[in-house]
Design a protein around this ligand. Sequence first.
Ligand SMILES: [Mg+2]
Length: 193
Amino acid sequence: MKELNLCIDIDGTVTEPYYWLERANRYFDRQLKPEDITAYEIHRMLDVEEGDYSEFYDLYGKLLHRESKARFRASEAIQSLYQKHMIHFVTAREEKMRDTSIEWLARHHMPMDSISLLGSHYKADKAKELNSDLFIEDCYSNALQLSRAGFDVLLIDCTYNKGLLPQNVTRVKNWSEILDIVDRKAKLIKTVS
Ligand SMILES: [Mg+2]
């Protein structure tokens, strides 16, 4: 039997976080660099209306997701975690991105037990349904929301998610650190039970 239920966000967590930037810069005639992205709301960073960003995303969303790069060592980490733990991808992407998302994960050799496309940033109910032991995220407000609902979160460090964290949210630098923490947590649960 697998040990832990791991819920894992996709964008910015297993993908490289700034993959949309080059096309967005070109489309909106901006010259933003990764270090300029200090908030999660992309349209605010580009200084455009939310509707204008949605238009851009409707046009290029699938392509952006398809061409995005994986984070360093994310693929190896997911493969290794999958041997012992349940891997549940939980993303705010919409249902229409299902095929694109599954295809990308397969192409980057990231095995999974399930994928949920919520079309919303509210992830606490899904975490409850999946009985999440650890939720891996890059979005600060999602991390706080999950923390308030009682879930342990690993927040992968980015320029747009700085801020104080509650006790059940841990800031991590990379996937190697995530592997170590999951390992420790699994051992701890084994000793307790
Ligand atoms: Mg994300």
